[in-house]
Ligand binder design. Structure first.
Ligand code: ATP
Ligand code: MG
Length: 172
């Protein structure tokens, strides 16, 4: 199964991100907007894993301990792609977030998983394949308290992208 490690958001944060999606949707020509239930922050992407590997991932992640911390989404941006722009809400890279992401990556690579080595750029994808220009002028500020992260399964169910938590890790 296809796995990734993520921070999931409160209903309030998802609702605030939906408001931004609504503004963007009304301004651009077209785009594929992230299903509100799927809005998340990726900490690490594992890709396809066997049942045996799933067990190893769960074991590795349960050895981590972290304290809860505040997360701030403070800007909107986009990556230009040939298939259309990818729009995201940017997350402030605080020390606590950086430490958690580094700890997750380290414990997974120690367990033998190969992860991306590019610099971590925390962002929440809100729309893909967007065509048409848009300049978002309103300031963005969404605060979230991170008390947990999840090991997520990514799959298509009847053509619909579905993420399901298969293990939940609470802060100490
Ligand atoms: P889709 O690929 O079907 O358009 P998706 O990208 O949301 O949808 P997945 O590809 O399963 O779904 O990815 C799950 C999460 O992991 C997403 O947050 C995605 O941005 C992230 N991700 C996917 N591939 C990588 C990668 N190679 N490196 C880092 N993060 C990745
Ligand atoms: Mg993908």
């Amino acid at each position: 199964m296809r796995l990734f490690v993520a921070i999931n958001f409160s209903e309030e944060t998802k609702a605030r991100l939906c408001d931004i999606q609504r503004i963007l949707r009304s301004s651009v020509k077209s785009g594929r907007f992230t299903d509100p239930a799927n809005l998340h922050l990726t900490l690490a992407f594992l890709g396809e894993c066997s049942q045996e590997e799933v067990k190893k991932v769960k074991e590795a992640l349960s050895s981590l301990s972290f304290s809860s911390f505040d997360l701030v989404l403070d800007r909107l941006g986009c990556f230009r792609r040939n298939s259309g722009d990818l729009w995201w809400a940017g997350v402030k890279l605080t020390q606590m977030l950086q430490d958690l992401q580094a700890d997750v990556a380290k414990c997974l690579s120690t367990s033998g998983f190969i992860l991306e080595t590019r610099d971590y750029k925390p962002h929440v994808t809100i729309a893909r394949e967007v065509s048409g220009k848009y300049y978002f002028r309103d300031p963005v500020r969404i605060n979230e308290t991170v008390c947990a992260f999840d090991l997520m399964k990514s799959e298509r169910i009847n053509g619909r992208l579905t993420y399901t938590s298969i293990a939940h890790f609470d802060s100490v």
